[in-house]
Design a protein around this ligand. Structure first.
Ligand SMILES: NC(=O)c1ccc[n+]([C@@H]2O[C@H](COP(=O)([O-])OP(=O)(O)OC[C@H]3O[C@@H](n4cnc5c(N)ncnc54)[C@H](OP(=O)(O)O)[C@@H]3O)[C@@H](O)[C@H]2O)c1
Length: 291
């Protein structure tokens, strides 16, 4: 099977790309501004380049991981967010439909406000910020194109490919614990359901192999606040508990709004996602292996 991964220079895309490459697939990947050897450069804001790449590769399946993911940046540049997250997704969906390519669109739990948790796949989306709205419009574009596709909604992802990765929760916290050891304060109000990119990649592969269509929720089951998650990271990496303090009065109305508790329920597949302690231990092993 020939698989094209967009955003293969990003956190999830890189993991999907490398995990699939280790198996019996022919895998191709795109990057944007971050040139990485072996990846094809593409600008998602230029629809013609997307068509050219897909015609050249002629994949059987396309995994669309690329997106504008910075919530603040999306709020500040709505047109660019819409161009990358909605218009490029619409273009890719139409091309896939025309060329009979199976598509996986990576959406987000941010399509929900978090006011009405828990959410099953068919619940009405009600995003509360630009990022979430553009991800929802991306989903609508996939559906409107009538392409043979699955839409996956992951919760917050953590993981490790290498030092070139963007800073995820774990690596950001480790950096802060080293640089400002006694002033690390973490949100103890919002609930998160972190998942490991390795598990996301594996479950995307499952969807491709089973040619599933529809919406799929990717989430761990037990909620943690960033503070609780941070304590697990701290103890796993050998930091003292006192180095991390909870913020119990976080301003949840700070702009741009972020959902307080999006609990996603998977009624479709019974996916397996590691819980947070195991997720952090795997990241530690992966970081140590690269040192
Ligand atoms: N991270 C999370 O916690 C999370 C949670 C839920 C859903 N998601 C979704 O999961 C997917 C992957 O997220 P991620 O965190 O792995 O993303 P990421 O690390 O921010 O990477 C984004 C990818 O998109 C590419 N890209 C962005 N703008 C582009 C453009 N104009 N032209 C071409 N490529 C462009 C980037 O390329 P360059 O870096 O080379 O420019 C990069 O490869 C996204 O769809 C995101 O919405 C993420």
């Amino acid at each position: 099977m020939r698989i094209l991964v967009t955003g293969a220079s990003g956190l999830l895309g890189r993991k999907v790309f490398t995990q699939l490459k280790l198996k019996d697939y022919q895998v191709f990947g795109t990057c944007g501004t971050k040139p990485i050897s072996g990846l094809l450069h593409v600008d998602l804001t230029l629809p013609k380049t997307l068509g050219a790449i897909i015609h050249k590769i002629r994949p059987t399946a396309l995994i669309h991981c690329a997106a504008m993911t910075d919530v603040n940046a999306c709020e500040e540049n709505v047109d660019l967010a819409r161009s990358i997250n909605v218009e490029a997704t619409a273009t890719l969906s139409r091309i896939c439909k025309k060329m009979d390519i199976y598509m996986v669109y990576v959406s987000s739990d941010y399509v929900f406000s978090g006011y009405n948790s828990p959410y099953i796949e068919s619940d009405q989306a009600d995003p509360i910020n630009v990022y979430g709205r553009t991800k929802r419009e991306g989903e609508e574009a996939v559906t409107a194109a009538g392409v043979f596709a699955s839409i996956v909604r992951p919760t917050i992802m953590d993981g490790y490919n290498g030092p070139e990765d963007k800073f995820t929760f774990t690596r950001d916290l480790l950096r802060n614990l080293k640089e400002t050891p006694n002033s690390v304060v973490l949100d103890n109000c919002r609930k998160k359901y972190p998942i490991l990119i390795d598990d996301v990649a594996e479950n995307i592969e499952l969807l491709i192999n089973q040619r599933r269509t529809g919406i799929f929720h990717f989430s761990s089951k037990a909620p943690v606040t960033r503070y609780e998650w941070g304590l697990i990271v701290g103890s796993t990496f050998g930091f003292a508990e006192e180095q991390i303090r909870p913020d119990d009065n976080i301003d949840i109305h700070r702009f741009p709004p972020r959902p307080v508790d999006v609990k996603l329920v998977d009624t479709q597949m019974g996916f397996n996602f590691r819980e947070v302690q195991s997720l952090v231990s795997i990241i530690k092993q992966q970081i140590e292996r690269r040192q």
